[in-house]
Write a protein that binds this ligand. Structure first.
Ligand code: SAM
Ligand code: SF4
Length: 323
C-alpha cells in the first residue's frame, strides 16, 4: 500500500496494551497514569481481523509491542496467530523482558524473526532508577536464555543524560562475542521524555570508537527499521544507532501503528488516525475497513515534525503508542 508520498507501507506495529510493569523515566510518568479500560482494548480476534485486512493491503511485517505486551495473558497465542495470517512474512516482539525468562521455550516455538529487549544499563541500581523499580537480573536471564535457544535478539537502549550515558560501552560490549544487535535509540521528545535530555549521537559514536576502534559499517540490514549498523573489529554481533530526531528518516518511512484501543496511527508524532475500533464494533465489513485504512494511509504525514510544526502533535505517551 502506497501513501500520498509514494512510500510503500508494509510494516505494522501493534500495541496490545498500554499497561506496563515498569515506569521508565522517558516513557511514562511515575504516578497517575490513566489506563485504557479493559472493554476499550481490542480483543485478540479484533486485532487479528485488522491485521488480516492490512495484510491484504500489503503489510508484510508485524511487531507486537505495548505497554508491556507480556502483561496480556493472550500475548503469545496472539503472536502465534499472527504468524498464520496470510501475507505476513515476519512477526517480532518488543518487550522489557521481565516476564519472559520462564516463557522462553514457548517463545522459541513461535519462530519470532526478532525479539527486541529494552535494556538501558547493566548496572542494577541504575536500571532500577531509570525503570523506577525494575530488576535487571530478570532481563539478563531472558537475554541469555533467548540467545541460548537461538532466538534472534536485538537490545534497545535509550541513552538519557544523567541516567545511563556511562552504560553505552558496557552494553555494546555484549555484542562482542554474541550474535546480538545492540541499538542505541535517540530519545524522542514525546510525553515524559520532553523533560529529559538526550545524549547526542556524535557523543555515542565517539565513546564507542574510543572503546572499540573504528566503527566499520555492517553491510547487513537487520530487520525493517531505520537503524544503521556497525561491526567493530573482532565483533560477532553489531552495534546500531537510531537517530529519529537528529537523522530524520521520514522519507523512507514504511510503517503505521495500531494502538491497543484500535486507533490507526500514521506517524509517531502526529495524533491523527482513524478509530478502527468504532468501525469494527459498529459492524463495518472488511471492504469498509480496507477503504478506511487506505484513505488514512493516503493522508500519512510527510514528516514527524519533532522540532515543531505538527498540526496535531502527539499528546499520548510512548506506552500508549507502542514506541
Ligand atoms: N515495554 C516494551 C519495552 O519497553 O520494550 C515495549 C513498549 S516500549 C514503549 C517500546 C520501545 O520504545 C522501547 O524500546 C523503549 O525504550 C522505547 N521508548 C519509549 N519511550 C521512548 C522515547 N521517549 N524515546 C525513544 N524511545 C522510547
Ligand atoms: Fe514500560 Fe516499555 Fe515504557 Fe519502559 S519503555 S515504561 S518497559 S512500556
Amino acid at each position: 500500500m502506497l501513501d500520498g508520498f509514494g512510500r510503500e507501507i508494509d510494516y505494522l506495529r501493534v500495541s496490545v496494551t498500554d499497561r506496563c510493569d515498569l515506569r521508565c523515566v522517558y516513557c511514562m510518568p511515575e504516578r497517575g497514569v490513566p489506563s485504557v479500560s479493559h472493554e476499550a482494548i481490542l480483543r485478540c480476534e479484533e486485532l487479528l481481523r485488522l491485521v488480516r485486512v492490512m495484510a491484504r493491503l500489503g503489510v508484510r511485517h508485524v511487531r507486537v509491542t505495548g505497554g508491556e505486551p507480556m502483561l496480556r495473558r493472550d500475548c503469545l497465542s496472539f503472536v502465534r496467530a499472527l504468524g498464520q495470517v496470510a501475507g505476513v512474512e515476519s512477526v517480532s516482539m518488543t518487550s522489557n523482558g521481565l516476564l519472559l525468562s520462564d516463557r522462553l521455550d514457548a517463545l522459541r516455538e513461535l519462530g519470532l524473526s526478532s525479539l527486541n529487549l529494552s535494556l538501558d544499563t547493566l548496572d542494577p541500581a541504575a536500571y532500577a532508577r531509570i525503570t523506577r523499580g525494575g530488576d535487571v537480573r530478570r532481563v539478563l536471564r531472558t537475554l541469555d536464555g533467548a540467545l541460548d535457544l537461538g532466538i534472534p535478539v536485538k537490545l534497545n537502549a535509550v541513552p538519557v543524560r544523567g541516567f545511563n550515558e556511562d552504560a553505552v560501552v558496557p552494553l555494546a560490549e555484549l555484542a562482542r562475542e554474541r550474535p546480538l544487535r545492540v541499538r542505541f535509540i535517540e530519545l524522542m521528545p514525546i510525553g515524559a521524555a520532553k523533560a529529559l535530555r538526550s545524549v547526542p549521537q556524535a557523543e555515542l559514536t565517539a565513546a564507542l570508537e574510543a572503546a572499540f576502534g573504528p566503527m566499520i559499517p555492517d553491510p547487513v540490514q537487520y530487520g525493517h527499521g531505520p537503524a544503521r549498523y556497525w561491526k567493530p573489529e573482532g565483533f560477532t554481533g553489531s552495534i546500531g544507532l537510531i537517530g529519529a530526531v537528529s537523522r530524520e528518516f521520514c522519507e523512507s518511512c514504511n510503517r503505521v501503528r495500531l494502538t491497543a484501543d484500535g486507533r490507526l496511527k500514521l506517524c509517531l508524532n502526529h495524533s491523527s488516525g482513524p478509530d478502527l475500533r468504532a468501525r469494527l464494533r459498529g459492524g463495518a465489513d472488511d471492504a469498509a475497513l480496507e477503504a478506511a485504512i487506505r484513505a488514512a494511509v493516503a493522508e500519512k504525514p510527510e514528516r514527524h515534525c519533532f522540532s515543531g510544526g505538527a498540526a496535531d502533535p502527539e499528546g499520548r505517551s510512548m506506552n500508549e503508542i507502542g514506541g
